[in-house]
Write a protein that binds this ligand. Structure first.
Ligand code: DP6
Length: 390
């Protein structure tokens, strides 16, 4: 029997992946760039166990038994076994490649938060399997076949996923642009909105955009290539203003191509748009670009900002989006966060409408972090000796 447990980060793109050039291999229509977030605040944790006693492969996600026949999952498992066998061909093939596996995975944040849990989940699964089967070298291309954005979560810091040009996808891999220590002042605020709308799956949305949007063609050909270069440079030079402007413009364009799809669809809601207005009004009031928003396939906002600017912006956020009194204890999660009371003159300059309390369920304050880690201590395993969830 062999057991491995790993944790892996959530990543939030600043240049979005939206559209596939190959649906089966999950090859993107453009390059994308993201940052991996600190696993202390948000992470997936996965245990994989291989044993000659197991009768069949099995998987449990967040306490629920799931269908192991999920094609994306099967592709990931097949790829890992294949790499294992290729590596072992030269030497003695150990039995482990023939053993069935049990997989148990959970997130340390509520799935209801609508965060990109599949990215962290698949990255964590692949990091665990790679360790189990002793797969060396790039693992981003294996994570990619689970979920596109997952390939960026196998690395820490700022990460670029190159779309590649080969039809077999072997050059569509993620690479680190800079480690988390490169820009230690960078902070991230995740604002989880109160919203009951059913999620429209990103893979379905992406396909529709790819098939029907003319604006996406323009984006892929004329916008993203240059923007990716500018973003990489902004990260290397720690130029927050450029980083922030392109982050916001790219999020806006991703949501614009969703509206340009036919039939159109939306992910942002009214609260998302009020927040967008507030960020722009705040940046104008301080005559600088201190905060950037970005939205994925849902209404929750992720804000990028520097540590030194967090207290002031937090004060502004608390003023315009007051939390409900009875949620105060649970409202601010993650790193400790101080809100500075905004001055009257700042509030007057912003001149936005104060929202009714409770527009956000909670907020998470975090930073840029490392890639997946193996947890050596067996106390961390999510499966017991019989291979069942603990
Ligand atoms: C909006 O990776 O969830 O988060 O490859 O179909 O699994 P599939 O899609 P997924 O797409 C998420 C896209 C996004 C933007 C991004 O992370 O770049």
């Amino acid at each position: 029997m062999s057991t491995v447990t790993c944790i892996a980060p959530v990543n939030i793109a600043v240049i979005k992946y939206w559209g596939k050039r190959d649906e089966t291999l999950i090859l993107p229509a453009n390059d994308s760039i993201s940052a991996s977030l600190d696993t202390d605040q948000l992470c997936a944790k996965t245990t994989v166990m291989a044993s000659p006693n197991f009768k069949e492969d099995q998987i449990w996600l967040n306490g629920q038994k799931e269908d192991i026949r999920n094609p994306r999952l099967q592709n990931c498992l097949a790829e890992c076994i294949m790499l294992f066998l290729v590596r072992k061909r030269a030497g003695n093939v150990t039995q482990i490649g023939q053993w069935k596996v049990h997989i148990c995975s959970e997130n340390n944040f509520p799935t209801a938060a609508g965060l990109a849990s599949s990215a962290a989940g698949y990255a964590c699964l692949i990091a665990s399997l790679a360790n189990l089967y002793e797969i060396k070298g790039d693992i981003s291309s294996i994570a990619r076949v689970g979920s596109g954005s997952a390939c960026r979560s196998v690395l820490g810091g700022f990460v670029k996923w190159s779309m590649g040009s080969l039809s077999d996808g072997t050059d569509s891999i993620a690479k680190q642009i800079a480690p988390p220590t490169h820009w230690p002042e960078m902070r991230v605020l995740i604002l989880v909105v109160n919203d009951a709308k059913k999620k429209f799956p990103s893979s379905v949305g992406m396909k529709r955009t790819m098939e029907t949007s003319d604006l996406l063609k323009h984006r892929i050909k004329h916008v993203v290539p240059e923007r990716v270069n500018k973003m990489e440079r902004a990260i290397m030079e720690k130029d927050f203003k450029t980083f922030a402007e392109h982050t916001m413009k790219d999020s806006n364009q991703m949501h614009a191509v969703c509206l340009d799809s036919y039939p159109p669809f939306t992910y942002m809601n009214e609260i998302s748009h009020v927040l967008v207005d507030l960020v722009h009004l705040y940046n104008e009031a301080v005559n600088d670009t201190k905060v950037a928003y970005t939205f994925d396939a849902g209404p929750n906002a992720t804000l990028y900002l520097l540590e030194e600017n967090t207290p002031e912006f937090m004060g502004v956020l608390d003023y315009f989006f007051p939390p409900l009194e009875d949620t105060l204890v649970e409202y601010k999660k993650g790193l400790p966060i101080e809100a500075a009371k905004p001055s009257k003159s700042l509030l007057n300059k912003i001149n936005a409408k104060q929202q009714s309390p409770g527009r956000f369920k909670y907020i998470i304050y975090t930073q840029i972090g490392d890639g997946p880690k193996v947890l050596e201590d067996s106390k961390n395993h999510l499966l017991n000796k019989e291979g069942l969830p603990i």
